[in-house]
Design a protein around this ligand. Structure first.
Ligand code: IMP
Ligand code: MG
Length: 178
């Protein structure tokens, strides 16, 4: 069992996450039958969610990853987004599902949606496990197609989410503080 060696409060248990991921997988399976689905995860946070989600999708799919960096302090993103590693697969004419661990200010996804749109996919949708809706920048408009949970505006770790690269492997999501 992985230890969270600091004050914390568990926000989403392992079993709650498991049920939700399965539900999202069913929904996506329904929506994308007879389509050419490519699932693209945003590194590194989405890796755990992505791995579980695609195993709940009962369709032939392809997958790829993209890595972005956003500058800012450990607990706050700045809005300056840069692609650090681009995917190897062409998404032109394909049905793309972009997978995120959490949408916070929305700056990262807004940037990625614009960037992906220029590559002419047939369709482009978002799936995020967590939506920290209260933290969204008011000027950012994002249509969230698949959302696991709306979460409070607190700093969260686990199930892919890190604090200074730690805690990504926790099987649950917890809020931490100083
Ligand atoms: P946004 O650009 O502000 O929406 O932030 C998106 C990225 O910031 C996410 O993909 C996460 O990697 C990171 N992030 C946002 N909130 C949290 C959090 O509570 N814990 C850990 N990482 C977070
Ligand atoms: Mg992320």
């Amino acid at each position: 069992m992985t230890v969270l060696d600091r004050p914390h409060e568990i926000i989403l248990s392992e079993s709650k996450i498991k049920d939700k991921v399965r539900e999202l997988g069913f929904e996506i399976t329904d929506d994308y039958s007879h389509k050419d689905l490519i699932v693209i995860g945003v590194l590194k946070g989405s890796v755990i969610f992505m791995a579980d989600l695609i195993r709940s999708i009962d369709l032939p799919i392809h997958m790829d990853f993209i890595a972005v960096s956003s500058y800012g302090s450990e607990m706050e993103s700045s809005g300056v987004v840069r692609i650090q590693y681009d995917m190897k697969t062409s998404i032109e004419g394909r049905d793309v599902l972009l997978v995120e661990d959490i949408v916070d200010t929305g700056l990262t996804l807004a940037y990625l949606m614009d960037n992906f749109a220029t590559r002419n996919p047939k369709s482009l949708k978002i799936c995020t496990l967590l939506d920290k809706r209260e933290a969204r920048k008011p000027e950012i408009e994002l249509k969230m197609d698949y959302v696991g949970f709306e979460v409070p505006n607190r700093f969260l770790v686990g199930y892919g989410l890190d604090y200074d690269e730690s805690y990504r492997n926790l099987p649950f999501v917890a809020a931490i503080w100083d």
